[in-house]
Design a protein around this ligand. Structure first.
Ligand SMILES: [Mg+2]
Length: 206
């Protein structure tokens, strides 16, 4: 089993669909502990990304994901644009030249993406950020024995990581200004990251 360019395009359409469907949820989560723009920003960014993908000559999955990265960086403000832009750029770079992406390549690309996000945002596990969904999902991909099982395990791990942000006190980003008052709220960035893995499982697992 391997991932093709067209399946990656389907993944991005589904992710954009999840972001659009859950825009108000993401806004509400970010209003509680941030500045309330996460759903609106991600929806604008993924709408722009789909526009760019429609008109582009895309050699492979890597080219598609790099196109998404550029669209997010140019259209999304705040922390989410640079962080998601870095994530997609690192994954896209790692997958460039692969006409078919197997589990090892996909897991390796996600590891590069995670490293890029952590290098840029300086967040560690437990800081109540997107990294809390990313780390367990990437580890699930790395420990899987086949692509389909890995994709499903990653989506489940991201969901659990997202839910586990609720009791945490934020130590990074705008939410960290709230200190103790950031408790009892699910992190918006971890939530959008869960939707990225949910859409990956739906689009890419056979
Ligand atoms: Mg915000």
């Amino acid at each position: 089993m391997a991932i093709t360019r067209d399946e990656t395009l389907d993944w991005m359409r589904r992710f954009a669909g999840e972001v659009a469907e859950h825009r108000q949820e993401l806004v509400a989560l970010d209003t509680a502990i941030g500045d309330g723009d996460h759903g609106t920003n991600m929806n604008r960014g993924m709408t722009k990304a789909l526009e760019k993908l429609e008109g582009a000559e895309l050699a492979d999955s890597g080219a598609a994901l790099k196109t998404v990265a550029m669209a997010l960086v140019s259209s999304v403000g705040g922390a989410a644009g640079p962080l998601y832009g870095t994530l997609f750029l690192q994954i896209g770079n790692a997958l460039a030249g692969h006409s078919e992406v197997d589990l090892a390549a996909f897991a390796g690309a996600w590891r590069k993406g995670l490293e890029g996000v952590q290098a840029r945002g300086k967040a560690q596990a437990g800081d109540k950020t997107m990294v809390d969904a990313l780390i367990p999902a990437v580890e699930a991909l790395e420990s899987a024995s086949d692509l389909n099982a890995g994709l499903r395990a990653a989506a489940q791990a991201a969901e659990e990581g997202m839910k586990a942000t609720t009791p945490l006190i934020a130590r990074k980003g705008r939410a960290s200004y709230l200190g103790e008052r950031s408790k009892d709220h699910q992190d918006p960035g971890a939530t959008s990251t869960y939707y990225l893995f949910k859409s990956a499982a739906e689009a890419l697992a056979g």
